[in-house]
Write a protein that binds this ligand. Structure first.
Ligand SMILES: *Cc1c(COP(=O)(O)O)cnc(C)c1O
Length: 363
């Protein structure tokens, strides 16, 4: 069976050796030795100093929205994982969708200004499949209207824009270290920000609001990463470069074998170093997508409808039409891509997809 992704597990002995240190420190939670080591390693790898590690990639969205969006209207994208929108609602803010660019699949910056009201406090945008949003344009708008910019960068570990980690952009970025992401700690996540005061706030909020043992700085929650998770991160991190390289080779094979007369990929903006963690394909329409799904399922190959549905369709929201996002969501598939995926399987997948597309008339 071939799924859209397969979790990378580091050699068991390496993980065991790392977590063996827990039996020396006797500390399995609350920022122990492994947690400190992981922070240092990530600071070095990403060249970012303010990092708060969290138990998953959704809690940082909630914490950041609590600190920055203040129950106002949050301009956001309908084309993301549900956590982006549900976190806004969970924090008693109001999601205001702005449709996406059919090219990058990220929020269309030129449409943001129209959606701003007196109640708008923040923009929460997703770098979809690691493809950066229009960073400069969004920054300009945010400055003009005094809004906070939050990036859901869950897909972006290892992605660089103009030589810098993508986590450097906006007021704050969040990431997920879930098992399905390029770099993982089993479950886990992080926030990244430049501002030191904001960093202090995000830090106390992720640890019950503690300021020292008996004092409290403000409202917090428990969002801490455990030592077991940090240990997994330390075991996976040395392999990230290899993982990116092997995904890159597989991406190039898809590019080579697929017939692009009738399918297309999102357009990547210039200046980006990708992490090659997704291979999204946009089909001419949903019925062809379903035919492709079924022909692949016969061989036990399961791409994923990612993202589907468009988030403006969520049952707990008042529906508002988002034509581009709904259209793309209805006909996009993420093809299998992971470091152990066999070249021959990529060829097989491409042959099957091409065979479905061959007789298709598209105008
Ligand atoms: C994975 C993901 C999340 C949620 O991260 P978890 O670690 O699973 O909580 C949020 N946003 C996007 C875009 C994601 O892909």
């Amino acid at each position: 069976m071939i799924n859209v992704t397969k979790t990378f597990l580091p050699p068991k002995t390496e993980y065991e050796k790392i977590i063996g240190q827990i039996w020396k420190s006797n500390q399995i939670a609350n920022g122990g030795v492994l947690h400190q080591k992981l922070i240092k390693s990530l600071q070095n790898y990403l060249n970012i100093s303010n990092i708060v590690l969290t138990a998953n990639g959704t809690l940082p969205l909630q914490i950041v929205l609590k600190s920055m969006a203040k129950q106002g209207e949050v301009i956001t994208t309908p084309f993301s994982y549900v956590a982006t929108t549900s976190s806004i609602v969970w924090e008693n803010c109001t999601p205001v969708f702005v449709d996406i660019s059919p090219n990058s699949l990220c929020i269309e910056a030129s449409k943001i200004e129209n959606a701003i009201t007196k109640k708008t406090t923040a923009i929460l945008a997703t770098h979809v499949f690691g493809n950066p949003c229009e960073l400069e344009e969004i920054e300009k708008i945010a400055k003009n209207y005094d809004l906070k910019v939050i990036y859901d960068a869950a897909h972006c570990f290892g992605v660089k824009y103009r030589g810098k980690s993508i986590f450097n952009f906006g007021d704050v970025s969040t990431c997920s270290f879930h098992a399905t992401k390029l770099f993982h700690t089993g479950e886990g996540g992080a926030t990244f920000c430049k501002d030191n005061e904001l960093f202090q706030e995000l830090f106390y909020r992720h640890n019950f609001g503690h300021k020292g043992k008996i004092e409290f700085q403000g409202l917090g929650i428990n969002a801490k990463l455990s030592e077991l998770q940090a240990g997994m991160g330390l075991a996976v991190l040395p392999y990230v470069f290899e993982l990116i390289e092997s995904n890159k080779i597989r991406t190039q094979l898809y590019d080579k074998y697929l017939d692009f007369e009738k399918v297309r990929k999102p357009v990547q903006i210039e200046g980006v170093e990708s992490n090659f963690n997704y291979y999204p394909l946009i089909f001419p329409n949903e019925s062809i997508l379903k035919e492709v799904l079924s022909i692949l399922a016969e061989k036990e190959i399961y791409p994923r409808r990612y993202f589907y549905p468009s988030l403006n369709n969520l049952p707990f929201l008042k529906y508002k039409e988002m034509p581009v996002s709904e259209d793309i969501a209805s006909r996009i598939l993420c093809m299998p891509l992971y470091s152990e995926l066999k070249f021959t399987d990529i060829k097989l997948i491409c042959d099957l997809v091409n065979s479905k597309l061959k007789d298709l008339k598209v105008n």
